[in-house]
Design a protein around this ligand. Sequence first.
Ligand SMILES: Nc1nc2c(c(=O)[nH]1)N[C@H]1C(S)=C(S)[C@@H](COP(=O)(O)O)O[C@H]1N2
Ligand SMILES: [Mo]
Length: 421
Amino acid sequence: MYEAQRALASPVRNPRMATVIGRLLGAAFLICFGTGLYSHFLQEPLDWMRFATRPEFLYQVTQGTHIIAGIACFPLLLAKLYIVFPDLFAYPPVRGFVHFLERASIALFVGASLVQITIGLLNTFQWYPWPFPFRQVHFALGWVLIGLLVIHIAVKLPVITRYWSKSSGSGSDSGDGDHLVDAVSADRAADAEAVRLWGTTRPGGLTGRLLDYIDATPRPSSRVSRRGFLTTVGVATTAVVALTAGQTFTPLNAVNLFAPRKKGVGQQGVPVNRTSEQAQVADAALASSWTLTLAVAGTERSFTRAELLALPQTEVRLPIACVEGWSQMATWRGVRLRDLADLMKADPETSFRLISLEERGSFSKTQMGQEYVRDSLTLVALELNGETLDLEHGYPARMIAPGRPGVLQTKWLSRIEAIES
Ligand SMILES: Nc1nc2c(c(=O)[nH]1)N[C@H]1C(S)=C(S)[C@@H](COP(=O)(O)O)O[C@H]1N2
Ligand SMILES: [Mo]
């Protein structure tokens, strides 16, 4: 075990580095958790929840941030695992019940983190090689991870506080022999352990004088390798973020090499998520018999597309902001949902259910709270970027509302009903 630990000793494998990377990773986790909760509750609100409809790009920002922070977790988590890797070989492996709990919680933390960011990433590519519902599992794992993060921080608090700032913490800026120091401190710990267990130092353990000598000597070169490590992590993190963030963040669009979607690519300049073919709606959507039915308090009324076009039209600039991280601003024209609700004499506090021609699929029915129904930017959209809405974007009519996840911008509308409470 000493051999293993000694072989793995490296100037970057120290508590200060673990703290530095740990802080970044912790921040990324908290950002993902907060923005993830927001996205989850938008899609599955509790009864009392009301959401902000301004700024209208709010969800674009929160979800873009969620995906960017999640992607940044890959290099950061790898760096953190690299730093603490020798701890896997800690000897003895378990030093009692508390130590066992500590190690078990860390094992769980690492495992759950890897699963979480991996399924998150695969989801952005709409690849689901698993049998469980993504969102529910991602949500549940988020809570598990936050719980484990709290435990981890509590357990490591002495180390974290000691190595939080640059100057604090012994050895944090000692130099070139740091790998030696690390090896030596492993020896020293082993000696201390040996004294505790057997009342003697291990034969072959290093002497205190050597330790003192090493501690006292300035060692510039390992500072270089620490800086090199941080630079590598920084470059890797910046690279993975920069090469994908263009799907959210227009200035980086040119270098959006790895994200699954690109801005402006798709019918009418807007990416398409589910196609009419996948949703099996083309026949119903193109049929001349199509109408949009509104149902409020026992009254039903159906509108043809021509009748909808004859109502007052409003033009808005609103983004489609997908949970998968991509987003696209567009110009929409159509009838205010509020006007239709008023025509039907719906109570202003009513929520609506939006029903698509699509029969299967998790987004064929969605709900919309009163704050969106009453919003002047919420449209039953009939046109996109100056043309009749393309079939792929929801022709004959789709929903578009400010600040909502793409999944709730229901395409190929067939029915809008008041949810009677
Ligand atoms: N009926 C229906 N509407 C839908 C979907 C769907 O699968 N079925 N996908 C949603 C998702 S996930 C997004 S991001 C947007 C994308 O809209 P677009 O394809 O017009 O860009 O449509 C939403 N509306
Ligand atoms: Mo989406």
